[in-house]
Design a protein around this ligand. Structure first.
Ligand code: Q46
Ligand code: ZN
Length: 311
């Protein structure tokens, strides 16, 4: 297959767009796609301070690389969750640290152990992901707001968003649907503005970009992600995409166009928001989930993270 733009050998077949691209045209395509996404959804400008949640994986490091190349002022934030299984947190940190060091970028680090006195594996729950997700949202939001950053960026790609959308639609999770958008405006002074500039690039595209740019990222997923529901939905969407190229993007972008239908519900949730009695962060409960887990050293740690804590 040849590159549709310059006729050199293609490195990728973008089936949804019915064209192949060579390495350098693909590189230009990724930069253009992210820049267009930033502009289309009015995410941020080159004058604003940007914080990127960096996990050490391909998406967040590729995002950081793209933003720096496009001339945006982006600082990284790594949350050390204290996952010792398969050395996951240590390897992830090393990937993020060396990426920043080699490029002279600033990487901030927050360690869950410094906040809770324990890592995510020590909380005594069998299913870690909901609590881990809540802790990451809490810490990234707090650092972004207290550090005076204009936006908090995450590396979510099209596959991530389409999988979550399918899951939420199948379960009619209206509250989650109302909040699923490329830009989430803050509705409380202690909430950051959250944006997803990679949302129109597929997982395959971000992985290829990272590889072509020589980014050394952690390839293995978190050991606790095995069997994660989102992976199951990604596989289903990939099968649909194979039969009908372009479905994934249509599914997500049309949802974004119509998701104002859910805005009324989001409004109701916002009205119930108060400040946590312990840390002052926004929550729908008297004490936020992060502080509840911080306080509970032994005993009853199996309680759920409520939808209201997904701010
Ligand atoms: S880091 Fe945390 Fe993920 Fe690992 S424990 Fe689950 S949520 S899978 S992206
Ligand atoms: Zn709290």
């Amino acid at each position: 297959m040849k590159c549709k733009v310059c006729k050199r050998p293609a490195v990728i077949n973008l089936r949804a767009q019915n064209r192949g691209l060579c390495a350098s045209c693909f590189d230009a395509y990724v930069l253009d796609r992210v820049e267009r996404t930033i502009k289309r959804f009015r995410m941020f400008s080159r004058r604003e301070r940007i914080l990127i949640a960096v996990s050490g994986g391909k998406d967040s490091l590729a995002l950081w690389d793209v933003l720096v190349r496009l001339g945006y002022a982006a600082t990284g934030l790594f949350i050390d969750l204290g996952i010792s299984k398969e050395g996951y947190s240590a390897r992830s940190y090393e990937a993020a640290r060396s990426f920043a060091h080699e490029r002279g970028l600033t990487l901030l680090v927050e360690r869950l152990k410094d906040w809770w006195g324990k890592g995510i594996e020590d909380i005594g729950c069998k299913i870690l992901c909901p609590i881990c997700g809540m802790a990451k949202r809490y810490l990234t939001n707090r650092v972004a707001v207290e550090g005076g950053y204009h936006v908090l960026c995450t590396g979510h790609n099209l596959d991530d968003e389409a999988a979550v959308l399918l899951l939420n639609l199948l379960n009619w999770q209206i509250g989650y649907l109302a909040r699923q958008a490329p830009v989430l405006e803050p509705w409380h002074r202690k909430l950051s503005r959250k944006v997803k500039p990679m949302v129109l690039l597929t997982e395959k595209e971000t992985a290829l970009y990272a590889m072509l740019r020589g980014i050394r990222y952690v390839m293995e997923a978190c050991p606790y992600a095995q069997g994660a529901t989102s992976l199951f939905y990604k596989r289903i969407l990939n099968r649909i995409e194979y039969r009908s190229p372009g479905t994934k993007q249509r599914f997500y972008t049309l949802f974004v166009r119509y998701n104002k239908l859910f805005k009324g519900i989001a409004q109701q949730e916002r009205e119930g928001l108060q400040e946590c009695e312990m840390c002052g962060q926004p929550t729908q409960e008297r004490v936020c989930a992060f502080c509840r887990f911080k306080e509970e050293r032994d005993g009853d740690l199996g309680r759920e993270v409520s939808e209201g804590d997904k701010v």
